[in-house]
Design a protein around this ligand. Structure first.
Ligand code: S3P
Length: 188
């Protein structure tokens, strides 16, 4: 047994064997897509990619710098291309930026070629987590709680098209990764 997990190593290996497409984490900023994604990839013994990091590498700039120098539309173009490439490369687990799945073309690419997981949690947790770092351009001009609440209202219809929906609390990310594995097991 892997410690503190309700799934045995053999069961997790079985899930990994049956999974024939990338698992793609979608949802709002601060929900834990990158950290949970890394844990999930680790458990599944597969590769992990963070789409924002890949965009930063390709542009040789931070996400904030890309927004500042070129604007959001330019960022979304890069995001669309990078996610299409990661899907083609069949990376096992991919964490996306919060706006990626709202873009119709990106959403279609993910839904047709991957297994989308909507990671969801309450606004208080999102405000607390995003408040730890000032790296997110969309939260710089205004009250983060209000912006996150508006984004949640606006984006939930898109996020709800993901094949799986996992609601988390402020608990440990490893536990969330396990809940995802259980949901994938039931979905397969
Ligand atoms: C964004 C979320 C960010 C990043 C960019 C835009 C969004 O990613 O892609 O700042 O539109 O919600 P995280 O969700 O990883 O913070």
């Amino acid at each position: 047994m892997t410690e503190a997990l309700a799934l045995s190593d053999a069961e997790i290996a079985g899930i990994a064997r049956r999974l024939d497409r990338p698992v793609v984490l979608v949802g709002l900023m601060g929900v834990g897509k990158s950290t949970v994604g890394r844990r999930l990839a680790n458990l599944l013994s597969t590769k992990f990619a963070d789409a924002d990091e890949e965009i930063e590498r390709a542009a040789d700039r931070s996400v904030a710098e890309i927004f500042e120098e070129y604007g959001e539309a330019y960022f979304r173009d890069g995001e669309r291309r990078v996610i299409a490439r990661l899907m083609e490369e069949r990376i096992g687990v991919i964490a996306t930026g919060g706006g990626a799945f709202v873009d119709e073309e990106t959403r279609t690419t993910i839904l047709e070629n991957g297994l989308a997981i909507w990671l969801d949690c309450d606004i208080d947790t999102l405000v607390e987590r995003t408040g730890r770092r000032n790296t997110r351009p969309l939260l710089r001009n205004g009250d983060p709680r209000q912006i996150l609440t508006e984004l949640k209202d606006r984006r939930s219809a898109a996020y709800s098209q993901a094949q799986l929906h996992i609601v988390t609390d402020n608990g440990p990310h490893t536990e969330t990764a396990l809940r995802i594995l259980e949901a994938i097991d039931a979905w397969l």
